[in-house]
Design a protein around this ligand. Structure first.
Ligand code: COI
Length: 356
């Protein structure tokens, strides 16, 4: 780890924290943020925790025009003993660097970024909500700040971490969500940026999401970009299906995001001796499994989504309801175990939890 100092400039507290029952996802931000700046000559400099406030950027900054930006998402929890807990944060820093590599952005010092995050969390600890199902969402991100209208990697960047106390990502909370399978648009293609957490992937998803909203569905399920046949992911979460006692999740193929929750769920299932397999799965196969009663459960996994049971799919205007639209036993068991490990109330067999 590079030894650098972090300057801390404290602000007045914004005062009242939002009530747990009023918490939505990503609408409220804490008192402070972390910033570091990069230029080619000096590398990363000016590491600082400062009051949360709007940024001043040149309107020609590359991020505004060509979307050279990456982000991460992780959460902090408060244990019963009052300790700040993170879940596998080193994995997020590693993935951030992988996204940076794809977007021609500079690498961060992963260990130092984690130290910076810990300092920020200590300063804003009072913002971590305590109620069940709530947490402090952490959004590290990097933007290209050089003012230039040519299409080229920026020579200047800003790395930031902001914090937001959150409730559940979906309005359904932990109840099953309804998903619309997208047949027209695609999210990512082989060789594209699907595995990177970069803004463009999310901007490209909005059109389909708008249609899903109008039809009363929470999210869109993306199919592969070539044949529109194989299931990929839901954009805000990876997906799993329990068919005939076996859990299946689409294999990583270069266009699916490598979810840290996805990886953790696979490890947990293996630990419990529940058969789990990463392979291609088509919508036809899912439809057939539903028709013959083999599809027992479906759920999504993600930092924001946690474990989100899926109660219904709509594919080409045909609806199929999963597990009578109810939360399945396995989804519930996974939700309880994962959130228990995250908050420190359940044994952590893999030492995933990190106390600050
Ligand atoms: C997360 O789960 O942290 C994500 O980054 C998904 C985001 C679209 C809310």
């Amino acid at each position: 780890m590079t030894v650098q100092t972090i300057e801390v400039k404290l602000s007045e507290s914004k005062g009242e924290k939002p009530l747990a029952e009023e918490l939505q996802f990503g609408r409220v931000f804490t008192d402070h943020m972390f910033i570091a700046d990069y230029c080619e000559e000096k590398g990363w400099t000016d590491h600082r925790v400062v009051p949360y406030e709007p940024l001043t950027l040149d309107p020609a900054a590359i991020v505004f025009h060509y979307g050279q930006t990456v982000f991460e998402g992780l959460k902090a929890y408060l244990s019963k003993e009052g300790k700040i807990r993170l879940f596998r944060p080193e994995q997020n820093m590693r993935r951030m660097n992988q996204s940076c590599e794809r977007l021609c952005m500079p690498q961060i010092d992963e260990e130092f970024a984690l130290e910076a995050l810990k300092q920020l969390l200590i300063v804003d600890k009072d913002w971590i909500p305590k109620a069940e199902g709530t947490s402090l969402y952490i959004r590290p991100f990097m933007i290209a700040t050089e003012p230039y209208l040519g299409v080229a990697p920026s020579t200047k960047y800003r790395f930031m971490i902001i914090l937001s106390p959150v409730g559940s990502y979906y309005k359904e909370g932990i109840h099953p969500v309804k998903i619309l399978v997208e047949n027209e648009y695609v999210r990512a293609v082989d060789g594209g940026t699907g595995t990177a957490k970069t803004a463009g992937n999310y901007a490209a998803s909005l059109k389909a999401q708008e249609v899903a909203d109008q039809k009363g569905y929470s999210q869109v399920l993306w199919l592969d970009g070539v044949e529109k046949k194989y299931i990929e992911e839901v954009g805000s979460m990876n997906v799993f299906f329990k068919i005939n006692g076996e859990v299946i999740t689409p294999e990583l193929n270069g266009s699916i995001l490598e979810g840290i929750t996805r990886k953790s769920i696979i490890q947990l299932l293996k630990h419990w001796n529940i058969p789990v397999i990463e392979r291609k799965i088509s919508m036809e196969e899912l439809k057939e499994a539903h028709a013959n009663g083999a599809l027992e459960e479906a759920f999504g996994t993600g930092t924001a989504a946690v474990i989100s049971p899926i109660g219904e799919f709509n594919w080409q205007d045909e609806k199929f309801v999963v597990n009578e639209g109810k939360t399945g036993e396995l989804s519930k068991q996974l939700y309880d175990t994962l959130t228990g490990i995250q908050t420190g109330t359940v044994e952590d067999p893999f030492n995933w939890g990190v106390e600050v």
